[in-house]
Design a protein around this ligand. Structure first.
Ligand code: UT7
Length: 332
C-alpha cells in the first residue's frame, strides 16, 4: 500500500494587518519590513475565531475536493502550536466534532512551522502500514494569540490561517509519495519559544507581568540556521532520490522570510517560476504556511494533477522536514 496526496484546502481570515497598520503600533516602517522580510501584510483571525474554526473550514474543502464522505476519514492529525486549549482537549478532537467525524482517532502534534510536513510523515506511515485509508492532516495557527504586538522583532512576521490535506491509500506507485524526511535538534530549543504556559512556567502573575506567554525568537541566529538547514535538507532529499532540482515544477518552502526563500532557491539554482512565494501576503503562519501555499497554487490552476512538489520547512524545536511527492488530486 502507498500513500498519496489526495486533496488540499485552506482558510484565510478576512482581516488584513498591513505594514502601515504596524507602523502605528511599533517603531517600524513598511520599507524596513518589506526589505528585511518581503512581507506586505498578514491575516489576523477575528476575536472568537479560533484555531479549530479555521481548521474546520480548511478541512471541509479538502474532504470535499477529495470526493470523500466525512465518514471515510479514519484519522485526524492537527499540527499547531496555538491550539484552542493548551493542555486538553486536543484541537484535532474539536475539529473532528465540528466536522461531524465520530469515533475516529484524533490528536495534535507540536512541531511549530514543521508541523504540516511532520503530519505528512505520520499520515504516510499510518497509510503505508495499512492501519488507515484516508487521513486528514491539518496545519492551523492563530499565531496572533501568542504575539506581543509591542515587540517589533516578532509582531511584523506572523499571521493566522489554516490548511488541510487528505492523504489516502493507493496501490498506484505513480501517484505515491516519493520520500519524507523529518528531523529535530532540541539543543536549539531557545531559538524560538513561548516560555509559558507549561510546567516550567505555570500560569502566574509573573507570567503575565513578564509576557512569558508570548513568542520569543533569536531572529538573526534562527535566520542563519534556517538558510543552512533548509538548503542541506532539500539537497539531501533530491540526492537520495536521484532527482534534479530542474525536475521540480513546484518548490514550496516554509514561508518565514523572503530572503530565506530566495537564498535557498538560489543555492538550488531554481528559477523564479519554480519557487512558490506567499509570505508577502500571509506572513509566517507557522504550521499552516505550506498547506496554505499549496492551496494557493492549486486554486490559481498552477498546480496540476501528477506534478511534483518539493516541500521544505524549518521551525521551533528546532525542527525541520522535507517531502518529495506528486500532487495526486484532480487539477482545478
Ligand atoms: O518560522 C520559523 C523560522 N523563522 C525564521 O526563520 C525567522 C528568521 N529571522 C528573520 O526573519 C529575521 O532575522 C528578522 C526579520 C526577524 C530580523 O531581520 P534581521 O535582518 O536578522 O535583523 P536583525 O535582527 O539583525 O536586526 C537589525 C536591526 C536591529 O537594529 P540595530 O541593532 O542594528 O540598531 C534591530 O533592532 O533592525 C532592527 N529591527 C527593526 N527595525 C525596524 C528589528 N526589527 C525591526 C523592525 N523595524 N520591525
Amino acid at each position: 500500500m502507498y500513500a498519496k496526496f489526495h486533496s488540499i484546502g485552506a482558510y484565510v481570515p478576512s482581516k488584513v494587518l498591513s505594514n502601515a497598520d504596524l507602523e502605528k503600533m511599533v517603531d517600524t516602517s513598511d520599507e524596513w519590513i518589506l526589505k528585511r522580510t518581503g512581507i506586505s501584510e498578514r491575516r489576523i483571525a477575528k476575536d472568537g475565531e479560533n484555531t479549530s474554526d479555521m481548521a474546520t473550514k480548511a478541512s471541509k474543502l479538502a474532504i470535499e475536493r477529495a470526493g470523500l464522505d466525512i465518514s471515510e476519514i479514519d484519522l485526524v492529525v492537527c499540527a499547531t502550536v496555538t491550539p484552542d486549549y493548551f493542555n486538553m482537549p486536543a484541537t484535532a478532537c474539536i475539529i473532528s466534532d465540528k466536522l461531524g467525524i465520530k469515533n475516529v482517532q484524533a490528536f495534535d502534534i507540536s512541531s511549530a512551522c514543521s508541523g504540516f510536513v511532520y503530519a505528512l510523515s505520520i499520515a504516510k506511515a499510518f497509510v503505508e502500514s495499512g492501519m488507515k485509508k484516508h487521513v486528514l492532516i491539518i496545519g492551523a495557527e492563530k499565531f496572533s494569540s501568542i504575539v506581543d504586538y509591542t515587540d517589533r522583532t516578532t509582531c511584523i512576521l506572523f499571521g493566522d490561517g489554516a490548511g488541510a490535506a487528505v492523504i489516502s491509500a493507493t496501490q498506484n506507485k505513480e501517484e505515491a509519495f516519493i520520500d519524507v524526511h523529518a528531523s529535530a535538534d532540541g539543543s536549539y530549543s531557545d531559538f524560538l519559544m513561548t516560555p509559558a504556559p507549561g510546567t516550567v512556567n505555570p500560569v502566574s502573575q509573573k507570567v503575565v507581568d513578564e509576557g512569558l506567554n508570548f513568542v520569543q525568537m533569536k531572529g538573526n541566529e534562527t535566520f542563519k540556521l534556517a538558510v543552512k538547514t533548509l538548503t542541506k535538507d532539500v539537497k539531501d532529499i533530491l540526492a537520495v532520490n536521484k532527482i534534479s532540482s530542474d525536475d521540480i515544477p513546484h518548490f514550496i518552502p516554509h514561508q518565514a522570510n523572503y530572503r530565506i526563500i530566495k537564498a535557498v532557491g538560489d543555492s538550488l539554482k531554481m528559477k523564479e517560476e519554480q519557487v512558490v512565494v506567499t509570505v508577502g501576503k500571509y506572513g509566517n503562519t507557522s504550521a499552516a504556511s505550506i498547506p496554505m501555499a499549496i492551496n494557493d497554487i492549486w486554486e490559481s490552476g498552477r498546480l496540476k494533477k501528477g506534478e511534483l512538489m518539493l516541500l521544505d520547512t524549518f521551525g521551533g524545536g528546532l525542527t525541520w522536514a522535507s517531502a518529495l511527492l506528486p500532487f495526486a488530486g484532480e487539477s482545478k
